[in-house]
Design a protein around this ligand. Structure first.
Ligand code: FVH
Length: 287
C-alpha cells in the first residue's frame, strides 16, 4: 500500500481503536466509523476523519478494515453497503470461524470486492508493538498491495488463498491458550484451597508452563512421524498422574470440569489397548 492510501476502519471497539491509532501513527489518511456514536473523539484529535454513516466511511477508503464483534455483525454492517464496496479491498479482522471466513470471501467475490481475512494474535495494547502478530489468508493481491500497512499492526504472515486458513490457525492457537489458562485457574483453585497465595502461585506457574511449552516442537515431531512408541512416560504412567490430580482436586473441593476430560481421554486410550504409547497419541484420539 502506498503511503497515501486511504484506509477506513469500521468498528471502534477496543481493537478497532488500536488499529486506527496504528494507521494514524503510520501516516495514513484514516476514516473511522462506529455503529454507536461517541467512540472516535481521541482518534479525530489524532487526525482521523469521522464518517457520519457507514456509506460515507466506505466511500472514503481505498482499503476497508472491518473489526467488528463477530461474523453476524460483519454482515449486519456490510450487507447494506455491498455495492459501495465494489472495487475496493476489504480486510476483515473480525474473529470468525473458518467456514464463516470462507462464506465472507464468497460474498465479497460476488460483489466484486477484494477480500483478505485476518486473525489477530494480539490484544489491543500490543498493536504496533513487538509481539503483535496477525495471520492472513484470502486474496494474495490484497495482502501484497497492503503489506507495509499491515506491518503497522504487527508481524503480517500470509497463509494462502483459502480465506479460512488464517482463522484455522487463529482458533487452533486460541484453543491452546484457553485450555492453558483454564488449567492455570484449576491449579490456582487447588492452591487457594490449601490456604496458599494465588498471586505467588501465578509466578511459579508462569515459569513452569513456559518451561513445559519448550517440548511442543518435540510433540509436533512425534505426531508427524506417526510413531507413538516410547520407553518413558507412556499413557499408563500418565494415567497414574491424572488419577492423582483428580483425587487431589476432589479432596480439595475443586470442580473437575478441567481435569476430568483429560483423565477420560487417557482412560479411553488405555481401554483401547494403547497403554504403552506416548501421551502424544492423544492427538489421534482427538481428531
Ligand atoms: N480485544 C481483544 O483482545 C481481541 C484480540 C483478538 C481479536 N479480537 C477480535 O477483534 C474483534 C473486535 O474486538 P474488540 O475488542 O474491538 O471488541 P469490542 O470492543 O466488543 O467491539 C465490538 C465492535 O463491534 C461493533 N458491533 C457489534 N455488533 C455490531 C453490528 N451489528 N453492527 C455494527 N457494528 C457492530 C461494536 O459497535 P458498538 O457496539 O460500539 O456500536 C464495536 O465497535 C472481535 O471479533 C474480537 O474477537 C479482539
Amino acid at each position: 500500500m502506498a503511503e497515501q492510501t486511504t484506509v477506513t476502519v469500521l468498528g471502534l471497539g477496543a481493537m478497532g481503536r488500536a488499529l486506527a491509532a496504528g494507521l494514524l501513527r503510520g501516516g495514513h489518511p484514516t476514516t473511522v466509523w462506529n455503529r454507536t456514536e461517541g467512540k472516535d473523539a481521541d482518534l479525530v484529535a489524532a487526525g482521523a476523519t469521522s464518517a457520519p454513516s457507514i456509506g460515507d466511511a466506505v466511500r472514503a477508503g481505498d482499503v476497508i478494515v472491518s473489526v467488528l464483534l463477530d461474523h453476524a455483525s460483519v454482515h449486519a454492517a456490510l450487507d447494506p453497503v455491498a455495492e459501495q464496496l465494489r472495487g475496493r479491498q476489504l480486510i476483515n479482522l473480525t474473529s470468525t470461524a473458518p467456514e464463516d471466513a470462507r462464506e465472507l470471501a464468497r460474498w465479497a467475490a460476488a460483489h466484486g470486492i477484494g477480500y483478505l481475512d485476518g486473525g489477530i494474535m494480539a490484544v489491543p495494547h500490543m498493536i504496533g508493538r513487538p509481539g503483535s502478530s496477525i495471520l492472513y489468508s484470502g486474496s494474495r493481491t490484497v495482502f501484497d498491495a497492503n503489506r507495509d500497512t499491515l506491518e503497522l499492526f504487527g508481524t503480517a504472515e500470509y497463509f494462502g488463498d483459502d480465506a479460512g486458513l488464517a482463522s484455522v490457525y487463529d482458533f487452533a492457537l486460541l484453543a491452546g491458550m484457553y485450555t492453558m489458562f483454564t488449567g492455570f485457574l484449576h491449579g490456582a483453585a487447588m492452591v487457594a484451597a490449601a490456604g496458599q497465595s494465588v498471586a505467588a502461585f501465578s509466578h511459579r506457574a508462569a515459569g513452569w508452563l513456559g518451561a513445559m511449552t519448550q517440548s511442543l516442537p518435540e510433540f509436533g515431531r512425534v505426531i508427524e512421524s506417526g510413531d507413538y512408541t516410547t520407553d518413558t512416560q507412556h499413557l499408563a504412567f500418565q494415567k497414574a498422574a491424572l488419577d492423582a490430580i483428580v483425587r487431589a482436586s476432589r479432596d480439595a473441593g475443586v470442580a473437575l470440569d478441567v481435569v476430568a476430560p483429560i483423565k477420560n481421554l487417557i482412560d479411553r486410550q488405555i481401554a483401547d489397548g494403547h497403554a504403552a504409547l506416548a501421551f502424544e497419541r492423544t492427538f489421534e484420539e482427538l481428531r
